[in-house]
Design a protein around this ligand. Structure first.
Ligand code: ADP
Ligand code: TMP
Ligand code: MG
Ligand code: ZN
Length: 186
């Protein structure tokens, strides 16, 4: 049977990586073979681990470009996991499609939008291919409601590809995002 693509999206701190790792655990409990990949660009936690903001981590393979994953595919696996898909090049989409055709289940987690609310292209393309999309929310850093769908950048740096954590980014709801943008303009 063809594989399924489960895609987990949302702003920073919304539990995307936590949910991805909960699926990893299910496969590992069932003694199923899995591989976990992350982009080499995300160097926050060293090159060999996927880690959540709460500190949970698992071993992963860091790759420079999507096609690099093919060299790790010499053993049969039941599922393949990708964290931070927004940082993978678009070749990932074709590779994921081939994996589904080879009956491998694929789980991806990543940001849907930049802090400027521009879509991350690889995530957007994976959304069209996905069997299931799980859209996560975070707690808004300003109003405290569990309705944050956006990420706001605290530092004055326009770059939409800029690895970091709490020193640079907060999760906010749309109303609080708009308030922050208008007060930053004043
Ligand atoms: P993501 O990969 O989406 O950035 P993680 O799965 O790494 O998220 O981290 C989720 C964890 O982040 C939560 O379990 C919680 O401990 C922590 N956290 C920090 N700030 C927030 C927030 N504003 N809303 C929700 N969780 C938060
Ligand atoms: P996270 O979703 O697991 O918290 O990680 C998101 C990573 O993406 C983090 O390293 C910060 C980075 N990032 C950008 O490069 N550009 C952006 O616009 C946003 C919101 C985050
Ligand atoms: Mg994450
Ligand atoms: Zn809010």
């Amino acid at each position: 049977m063809a594989g399924k693509l489960t895609l987990i999206v949302g702003p920073m701190y919304s539990g995307k990586t936590t949910e991805l790792l909960s699926y990893v655990e299910i496969y590992k409990l069932g003694k199923k073979r899995v591989i976990i990949f992350k982009p080499a660009l995300d160097n926050r936690y060293g090159t060999t681990a996927v880690k959540t903001h709460a500190g949970l981590e698992v071993e992963a393979i860091a790759v420079e470009k999507a096609s690099d994953i093919l060299r790790y595919m010499n053993h049969p696996v039941e599922a393949i996991f990708f964290d931070e898909v927004q940082f993978f090049d678009k070749d990932l989409v074709r590779i994921v499609r081939d994996l589904l055709d080879k009956n491998v289940n694929v789980f991806c987690a990543g940001l849907d939008m930049t802090f400027k609310q521009n879509p991350f292209e690889t995530t957007a393309l994976l959304m069209s291919l996905a069997t299931e999309i799980i859209k996560k929310r975070a707690v808004c850093n300003l109003c405290g409601e569990y309705n944050a769908t956006l990420t706001y950048k605290l530092v004055k740096d326009d770059s939409e590809i800029d690895v970091g954590g709490k020193e640079k980014y907060i999760a906010v709801c749309r109303d609080c995002y708009n308030q922050l943008i208008s007060s930053a303009k004043e």
